[in-house]
Design a protein around this ligand. Structure first.
Ligand SMILES: Nc1ncnc2c1ncn2[C@@H]1O[C@H](COP(=O)(O)OP(=O)(O)OP(=O)(O)O)[C@@H](O)[C@H]1O
Ligand SMILES: [Mg+2]
Length: 339
């Protein structure tokens, strides 16, 4: 099983001491860099172990993992909300502890938990949030943002007068109020309706076109499948995989070819059994599983064997495994399997 670890290391090694002193990375292509990160909460629980990760500027990075894996902990550390126990994190080349002002103003966070100021209006919440980051007021920008999120009509409403989905939209608007270069979305679509989900992904696509780097966590794996350029999987506080999404689906995904036969088979011909073809109960369908990468001529051999066995095919279907199936397999593996 192929795991991509080396690019993370190459980018890390590219940072020189001189660049560190200047607060810049040698590779301007790196937005967030995490090295040897550990987190042990006060309770004594270790939530993250030796995380190494480089997020490229302008990419959409999907961080996946089961409940309690450490996704929010990692995001909150990068955003300066939770303190790290060991290791180093840089944002746009700046250290998140030493240069926290620089790093925080570049980051926007849509947190997993709803924490809104009940009596403030939508508009004051947004203008205040923008001001916090030292940005000059820009009513046009905030108006555009609220319109994009279908919140313009509600701009004078108090937060407590909004529905749950609307509050979540305000969190997104708040995270974008200071025009960050890097946006973290921690399960932004948990429990929201189809409209918000669609609006949000349109917004994310627009942000990406403008060069914003996006890091998202979601339990709706099909969202990551649709949106992300690269995927990282965390399990029990360890980053077990970082890979280009398409490459991941090619290398770990599988395909199934189903051949529907005109006449049901009594017994599977030996030539087909030898190729790993299976016959479904009833004998009407033949199935052949193969990995998208490793099938050197297998499908062709199966089709020839079918013909030589005198079988007539009525219809053919192919199906590819989804990112969700790959993910379930990955997180279900025992620790150590993934090395
Ligand atoms: N303040 C804390 N003190 C002690 N343990 C904590 C604290 N916050 C989180 N944890 C623990 O750290 C682990 C990782 O939690 P985290 O919130 O990062 O998971 P997650 O991957 O975001 O999960 P989810 O998908 O449920 O949001 C969990 O076991 C959690 O109980
Ligand atoms: Mg979380």
């Amino acid at each position: 099983m192929r795991r991509e670890c080396s690019p993370v290391r190459r980018e890390r090694d590219a940072i020189s001491d001189a660049d560190e002193a200047a607060g810049t990375t040698a590779s301007a292509a790196v937005a967030v860099e995490v090295r040897g990160l550990n987190k042990r909460y006060q309770s004594g629980f270790t939530a993250l172990r030796d995380i190494n990760l480089s997020i490229r500027r302008g990419e959409i990075f999907g961080l996946l993992g089961p409940n309690g894996a450490g996704k929010t902990t990692l995001i909150n550390i990068i955003c300066g909300i939770v303190t790290l126990s060991g290791g180093q994190v840089r944002v746009a080349g700046y250290d998140i502890q030493r240069d926290y002002r620089e790093t925080r103003r570049r980051i926007g966070l849509v947190p997993q938990e709803l924490t809104n100021e009940a009596f403030e209006t939508v508009w004051t919440t947004l203008t205040y949030s923008r001001g916090l980051f030292g940005k000059a007021p820009d009513a046009d920008y905030l108006e555009g943002l609220l319109k994009d999120l279908s919140l313009w009509e509600k701009r004078h409403s108090q937060m407590m007068q909004l529905s749950g989905g609307m509050k979540r939209r305000v969190l997104i608007a708040k995270a974008l109020s200071h025009e960050p270069d890097i946006l973290f979305l921690d399960e932004p679509t948990a429990g929201v309706d189809v409209d918000l989900r669609r609006d949000m992904w349109n917004l994310v696509r627009g942000l990406r076109r403008r060069g914003v780097t996006i890091i998202l966590t979601t339990h709706y794996i099909e969202e990551a499948e649709e949106m992300a350029d690269r995927i990282g999987v965390i399990r029990d506080g360890e980053l077990i995989l970082v890979q280009d999404k398409r490459e991941l689906m090619r290398s770990l995904g599988s395909k199934i070819v189903t051949l529907e036969l005109v006449r049901p088979l009594g017994q599977l011909p030996e030539a087909l059994a030898r190729l790993g073809v299976q016959c479904e109960p009833g004998g009407r369908e033949l199935r052949y599983h193969f990995t998208a990468d490793g099938d050197a001529g297998g499908v062709d051999a199966v089709l020839r064997a079918v013909q030589q066995s005198g079988l007539t095919v009525h219809d053919v279907h192919t199906r590819e495994s989804s990112l969700e199936q790959i993910f379930v397999r990955l997180v279900g593996e025992q620790p150590g399997d993934a090395q």
